[in-house]
Design a protein around this ligand. Structure first.
Ligand code: R5P
Length: 271
């Protein structure tokens, strides 16, 4: 790995612990103004100090994040579809490498849709991005997307996706947590971080998900909805950070979360 690529990746997967707390706020690229991310600047502001990096689109980055007070950026560079469109897997590249470099980002991220009609296109786009990444010293994150088919999230399918992404040259991979998650990690030669997925039933479930993922070998989390759709987003990300970087147990993280709730009152819900 070249110096620049290593240096950028170290801004995301922290060398002190070998782990990453990434805050995902890129959802608007296909979901529009998703609940609790209607105003990205407002959502991001109180959470940023707890994250090592932000995963975001270039539009939201330019409009909602102060370049003087920010964190390393993982830039989403794929898209071109929407939740109301025909097929979520129909993604192309949406940002030039030149613009990613202009934005001084630390990594670029692309979704791949293995086993769909657009498998070939999304995988060859990943390869093209890796070629550019190698040229400019920019790590590439492959996101193993499932679109609306959430039931696909099992170890067999996710291992297949993660391994293919790594074989095509992705420097790290984002996937979902699943039963037998350790198999996904063991068969993927590059670091694996997890997405949180749609909001779980309880805050406790989200903490447990983060804990289990780390315990089973994840290199970190790249979570969004289970943080900022919680009624207690600051306690949630603070407790997750402890799990990821300080090996905090699930029980201790739950206790910390409860304590922090007293200092950070619940956010008002907008109907
Ligand atoms: C998809 O919308 C994005 O790639 C998200 O960054 C990813 O799904 C992680 O966010 P969440 O934890 O909300 O699933």
């Amino acid at each position: 790995m070249d110096w620049g690529l290593k240096n950028r990746l170290a801004q995301i997967i922290r060398p002190e612990t070998g782990k990453a707390v990434m805050l995902a706020v890129d959802h608007g690229y296909f979901l529009g103004p998703v609940s609790r991310l209607e105003n990205p600047a407002k959502t991001i502001a109180p959470l940023m100090q707890y994250a090592d990096s932000l995963m975001i689109t270039r539009g939201a980055l330019r409009a909602c994040v102060d370049p003087l007070r920010t964190k390393p950026i993982v830039l989403r560079v794929s898209g071109g579809n929407s939740i109301v469109g025909k097929d979520l897997s129909d993604e192309g590249l949406t940002v030039s490498f030149e613009d990613a470099i202009r934005l001084n980002v630390s990594a670029v991220a692309i979704s791949i849709y293995v086993g769909t009609d657009h498998e070939n296109r999304t995988l060859t786009n990943l390869s093209k991005l890796v070629d550019e990444g190698q040229r400019y010293g920019m790590p590439v994150l492959a996101v193993t997307a499932v679109g609306k088919e959430l039931a696909k999230r099992d170890a067999r399918y996710l291992s297949l996706c993660c391994r293919i992404a790594a074989e095509l040259g992705a420097h790290f991979v984002k996937t979902y947590y699943c039963d037998e998650f350790e198999k996904v990690v063991e068969t993927c030669p590059v670091p694996v971080v997890i997405a949180g997925g749609p909001k779980l039933k309880s805050d406790e479930d989200a903490l447990e998900l983060a804990y289990e993922a780390i315990a089973r070998g994840a290199a970190g989390v790249d979570m969004g909805r289970n943080i900022w759709q919680s009624r207690y987003p600051v306690p949630m990300i603070a407790a997750i950070r402890k799990i990821v970087h300080e090996k905090m147990t699930f029980a201790a993280a739950r206790e910390l979360f409860e304590d922090l709730k007293k200092k950070h009152p619940a956010e008002a819900r907008v109907k």
